[in-house]
Design a protein around this ligand. Sequence first.
Ligand code: MRU
Length: 357
Amino acid sequence: MEFKSKIKTIEWIRDKNVSRMVDQLVIPYEYKLVDIKTSDEMFDAIKTMIVRGAPAIGIAGAHGIALAALEIAKDTKKPQEFLQKLKERAQYLKSSRPTAVNLMWAVDKQYDYIKNSEKTVDEMVQMLIDHAVELENEDIEINKKIGDYGAALVTKKGATILTHCNAGALATVGYGTALGVVRSAFANDNTIQVFADETRPRQQGARITTFELAMDGIPVTLITDGMSGYFMNKGMIDMVVVGADRIAANGDTANKIGTYNLAIVANYHNIPFYIAAPLSTIDTSIETGIEIPIEERSHEEVTHINGKTVCAQGVNVINPGFDVTPASLIKGIITEKGVLYPPYSESIKKVFNLLEV
Ligand code: MRU
């Protein structure tokens, strides 16, 4: 069943040729929209996390290519030169964040869409804008399908679903992946509730997940990251659903740092641990999670909270933004084509039609 969510995270504005997005840096204090007008601004918006969450930064990348195309078309009307310059801009945009493969997927999809089109530069620009809008609309449809497949797994009335980070409407164009499952489950049973991990260091769970669920009227309880085992042990959690930034061909899954710990605790307590993600998050070019590049982020995210230091001066810090949960801890991967089950090396091949015959 469909749940009406009020949030649209990112949208191409045709009459202005800008990418309009929710500024996630000021949530929950403000709900503010910003217009991104150039490909340089888009690079910064992704890097500084004005826009964040794998599917959302994928669409940001697609919009970034449309902006780059508009810029390049002012300098040249020669198709080959245009394509060469666009390719360079594509590389640049892809370097804004390393882990979420949706960014590379969307940017490459944009470039591939026009590279052999043999159209004029202005026609290619228009094609890229139209294609970006298509990908944007598709994202919401995909999330609704993920939501419905996931909701079918929520069989207990009044179930409590635990999630980590933000894999909601604000991490996608709208509706969400893990929170898409929650939204669809809530449409079927409005007694379900969510427990949200705070998600240190950037607190996407506290700042963003609780904000968007409250906005949509879905009951949510905020806990700190270390509390999940306590509540699982008390029998208060029925299932865990999280998003993903990149899934390897064997099902190993990178998601926000702390996801791996959560998967271990859930498995220890026999609580089903699910990943909800579109197929664009699956990177079949890599065999296992070891190959997934993990973003190392600013140490200040760990040493400071709200601009105030929380530790001894000069302390040693490491701050990986993501970790990899081994496939063996994942009960299922909820996609827009249905739920994939182990062995993932087979179910993933099957869903991409990669099986040898
Ligand atoms: O660093 P972020 O906030 O971009 O990390 C986001 C996550 O890890 C999400 O869980 C993931 O991208 C899935 S979003 C549907």
